[in-house]
Design a protein around this ligand. Structure first.
Ligand SMILES: Cc1ncc(C[n+]2csc(CCOP(=O)(O)OP(=O)(O)O)c2C)c(N)n1
Ligand code: SF4
Length: 298
């Protein structure tokens, strides 16, 4: 998280969650889990005393990506599956910004699965919020890589044959340094996770279980309420133990939520001499002979 510089200016603004609304009203279906995530995120910004101009959210393509129209920060509505590399570019251009990524499970662990693997191991200081509704919502209900075995959709009318991708397990074995799972039906708990994820120095990943009330009639609010428990309720759970975290992430009968893993490791930016003193965007480029550079590529 970027350092707060001008404290008095910040205090004089005293932002409320509603200040992060745009003039557009969300278009998500009534009851969609995206509303819970939207509310938690705006409250998180307020709790962390972040201002809209200090935040960039890079969105994937999907129902969650439409948040680009409803959250008042800098935003980049990228390509399907490509939000992570775009966010990486933003962060490296100006590492003083708080960079977040929001996208669906199809976007993040389907078409964008390759980027997910490499962003985890790179450990760039950004926060990825994966809206997992276990279906393709925006394109009206096809199977996603996270859909459960046997799940029937218009693209798999006889039921899914594969086992689903488990985003938390994947993030753990790929090297992300903060990994959590929240539920959009428990916005207080989600807010607490988001606050810690944004404050974490390194790549933080939150899988949010997000019911799609229109196209997924299996993974409903009640489905989750009957199965979810919080890792914080376990007395001896050690967030720095990778093996324990992997084991927990594989549980299926009951679904653990909360912070699975939280460790310190140098970030990608820490190793870049070029941005040691100031962000790339603050470097003078006036003296560079662009023609000489271009000629090298002819
Ligand atoms: C390269 C490319 N392939 C396919 C699509 C069509 N497409 C748009 S959104 C989407 C899937 C959305 O599912 P998910 O990422 O899980 O987000 P959700 O809508 O469920 O929030 C697909 C396949 C596209 N826009 N671009
Ligand atoms: S289709 Fe599903 S994910 Fe998309 S807005 Fe509607 S309920 Fe939400």
């Amino acid at each position: 998280m970027s350092k707060i510089k001008n404290k008095s200016l910040r205090e004089s603004y005293n932002l409320k969650p509603g200040d992060f609304n745009t003039e557009r009203k969300p278009t998500w279906c009534l009851g969609c889990g995206n509303y819970g995530i939207w509310n938690s995120l705006k409250k998180t910004f307020v709790k962390l005393r972040l201002m809209p101009h200090e935040i960039v959210i890079v969105y994937g393509i999907g129902c969650s990506g439409n948040g680009a129209n409803f959250i008042r920060t800098y935003a980049f509505h990228s390509l399907h599956g490509r939000a992570l590399p775009v966010a990486t570019g933003v962060k490296l251009a100006n590492h003083k910004l708080n960079v977040l990524i929001m996208g669906g499970d199809g976007d993040g662990v389907g078409i964008g699965g390759n980027h997910f693997i490499h962003t985890c191991r790179r450990n760039i200081d950004m926060t990825y919020i994966l809206h997992n509704n276990k279906v393709y919502g925006l394109t009206t209900g096809q199977t996603a890589p996270t859909s459960g075995r046997g799940f029937k959709t218009k693209s798999t009318p006889s039921g899914v044959l594969e086992i689903p991708v488990n985003p938390v397990s994947l993030a753990l074995i790929c090297g992300a340094t903060f990994i959590a799972r929240g539920f959009s039906g428990d916005t207080g708990h989600l807010l607490d996770i988001m606050k810690k994820a944004i404050k974490h120095k390194g790549f933080s990943f939150i899988e949010v279980l997000q019911p799609c009330v229109t196209f997924n009639k299996i993974n409903t609010y009640n489905f989750y309420r009957d199965r979810i428990y919080k890792l914080e309720e376990l007395k001896d759970y050690d967030r720095s133990n990778l093996n324990e975290a992997i084991k927990k992430s594989m549980e299926e009968e009951k679904i653990p939520t909360g912070i699975f893993y939280d460790i310190d490791r140098p970030t990608y930016e820490d190793g870049l001499k070029q941005i040691e003193r100031k962000p790339l965007v603050d470097h003078m480029i006036a003296d560079i002979d662009i023609n000489r550079l271009l000629n090298r590529f002819y």
